[in-house]
Design a protein around this ligand. Sequence first.
Ligand SMILES: Cc1cc2nc3c(=O)[nH]c(=O)nc-3n(C[C@H](O)[C@H](O)[C@H](O)COP(=O)(O)OP(=O)(O)OC[C@H]3O[C@@H](n4cnc5c(N)ncnc54)[C@H](O)[C@@H]3O)c2cc1C
Length: 265
Amino acid sequence: MKHELPKMLKIERVIREAEGVHTLFLPYAGEVKAGQFVMLWVPGVDAKPAGISYHQDGCIGVTISAVGAWSKEVCGKKSGDLLGLLGPYGNSFELIGENVVLVGGGYGAATLMLLAEEACRRSLKTTLILGARSEAALLYRTRIKAMKLDAIFTTDDGSFGEKGFVTDILQRKLQSEKVDGVYVCGPEIMEKRCAEICLAAEVPSQISLERHMKCGFGVCGACCIDHSGRRVCVEGTIFSGADLLQTHEFGRYRRDSSATKQPFA
Ligand SMILES: Cc1cc2nc3c(=O)[nH]c(=O)nc-3n(C[C@H](O)[C@H](O)[C@H](O)COP(=O)(O)OP(=O)(O)OC[C@H]3O[C@@H](n4cnc5c(N)ncnc54)[C@H](O)[C@@H]3O)c2cc1C
């Protein structure tokens, strides 16, 4: 177990990625593995997890969607303001084979970006399928354009890319060619569908799971997966899709801050 105090760091830069979505860059000299997260502490508000979306020029970037008290506070920060950082925490994605497919929905794209960069660095045949509600909500389009991969975008309203769901594109892809591994981060209903599609096609999937976390380093137990005891913050956040499909809660419910079951709609 890794226990430390948060480091108070000066924000180097803030960029707007989409409506209500900002990336904050913080100085970080250490190692980062694709798929890991950090705990970001806003004194007097809360400390919450965020995926690491950039690792460049001695900085890490976190991309935050302003939805509630903590995230609105984080998105309101400017360069020069202080933020507390704990981590990086969690396990990481493992690239398998030569032909890989990454599937992201909403801000789940953030957790996949370092993996996409690693796959390109290794010259793997890489397909990135990203979905969002609308064109305005799609993340990292300029960044992705500069990468050597096949990018497919979907929007729920058809305002950009294909109208429909990332899961339909994934299914078509797995039916049309031999894929070695699928890597997923997004809304859990989407993740479950991806895991089912991969299982049916006998392609291994790795899925980043999001659960309510209080500590982020395995002490509090808030993020344990029912009946398995696995802590999402330490043994995860990345699990095999086939394993998750065996659990009681994947795609059915998650627990809130008071451990009450909250079913997925
Ligand atoms: C491993 C991990 C990685 C994460 N990575 C990111 C990341 O890269 N970027 C990011 O923005 N967040 C990320 N999150 C979620 C983040 O930690 C917060 O839970 C989220 O920002 C909401 O916190 P809040 O206090 O602002 O809102 P809350 O007060 O918790 O919620 C306010 C309102 O927003 C709704 N809400 C809460 N969470 C979400 C959500 N995720 N989407 C839509 N509505 C929501 C609630 O239902 C409520 O109505 C991650 C979580 C985990 C566990």
